[in-house]
Design a protein around this ligand. Structure first.
Ligand code: FAD
Length: 295
């Protein structure tokens, strides 16, 4: 069972707990991005099991009428076992989601996965372009609950500027994040201020050139303010995405004016995700210590 200390960042262990979390978010005007925790599988059984759970999840989302989509990790869908398996599995999940009118985000993992992830995204985005456009889901005002596919790009990688230019010609949505992986200095910016400047500049490019579907995956008030400013200048649709348990009050405030989605992880493989959230920020470590001391 999920210990109370992890409850802040993880919805629970079952899909039902994640969907219940989304139901409560929807009441607050916030959409849910549901993620089954799991990564770096080195056996086909785990890949098949998670793909099957995602297929069941999109059926449950469609049946429940919730404002929700899903987010998947390439190494959860077989990338560590080869690009062929990954392509087959991610296509299978995206097709199942499209049949239920549910949007799929593809998370971005470390730099060794960038090419395979973007190539798979591009193919799937082109394939699902017709349905997506006819459903009108390039506008993010619907919180991304219609069919379609999106991918995440990381501002800390030096290659991302070129990737973002390439993606301008690809349908589908793009989520911009600073980057969660510790990457080597020859391929990545490692200074926080440099990453912030890059993030702002990439957003500027996307808001100016993309004809829809910009997602701002950040808790940083300065980045969100910049995105809002870009939105006001270029008129491009966007949505703000934050993680469960992080700046929940800000999510409520922003949702009063803009589309906001919350990333809702669930599942029994919560430990590595939980520890990543804790080590990201001293405030989170203080929260964990308080939770332990208060027990
Ligand atoms: P940071 O640079 O961590 O913080 C900047 C400022 O934001 C802080 O100074 C503070 O003012 C505010 N802030 C941040 N956290 C808190 C907090 N806990 N409480 C109060 N204020 C806070 N990374 C990937 O590499 N691949 C992915 O696919 C991916 N998907 C993501 C999806 C979503 C929806 C989100 C929100 C993030 C995702 N990330 C992903 C993680 C991302 O790359 C960053 O590691 C993470 O979001 C931290 O960067 P930040 O922009 O939020 O702000």
């Amino acid at each position: 069972m999920l210990p109370p200390i992890a409850n802040r960042f993880v919805a629970g262990e079952s899909p039902a707990t994640a969907l219940e979390r989304v139901r409560r978010l929807n009441e607050r005007g916030i959409a849910g991005i549901v993620n089954l925790l799991g990564e770096h599988y080195d056996d086909r059984e785990s890949v098949r099991a998670d793909a099957a759970e995602y297929r069941a999840l999109v059926r449950d989302i469609a049946a429940s009428d919730l404002e929700a989509c899903i987010s998947v990790k390439p190494s959860q869908l077989g990338l560590d076992l080869g690009e062929v398996l990954f392509r087959e599995t991610v296509t299978n999940v995206v097709d199942a989601a499209a049949a239920e009118d549910v949007f799929v985000w593809i998370d971005m993992e470390d730099h060794t996965t960038t090419d395979a992830t973007l190539d798979a995204f591009e193919e799937l985005a082109r394939e699902h372009e017709g349905g997506e456009r006819s459903a009108g889901s390039r506008s993010s005002s619907d919180h991304g609950s219609d069919a379609g596919v999106g991918v995440c790009v990381q501002a800390n990688l030096k290659r991302t500027r070129e990737d973002v230019e390439r993606l301008a010609d690809v349908p589908g949505k793009v989520r911009f994040v600073k980057g969660a992986y510790d990457e080597p200095a020859d391929i990545a910016y490692r200074d926080g201020d440099r990453i912030d400047r890059e993030y702002e500049s990439l957003l500027e490019y996307a808001f100016e050139r993309y004809d829809g579907g910009v997602a701002v995956g950040s808790h940083d008030p300065a980045m969100i303010e910049h995105a809002i400013d870009c939105h006001e200048r270029y008129g491009t649709d966007f949505e703000i995405q934050m993680l469960m348990g992080v700046r929940e009050d800000a999510q409520d405030d922003l949702a009063a004016e803009y589309p906001v989605s919350q990333y809702v992880p669930y599942g029994n493989r919560w430990k590595s995700y939980f520890y990543r959230r804790l080590t990201e920020r001293t405030g989170n470590v203080r929260f964990a210590l308080r939770a332990v001391l208060d027990r």
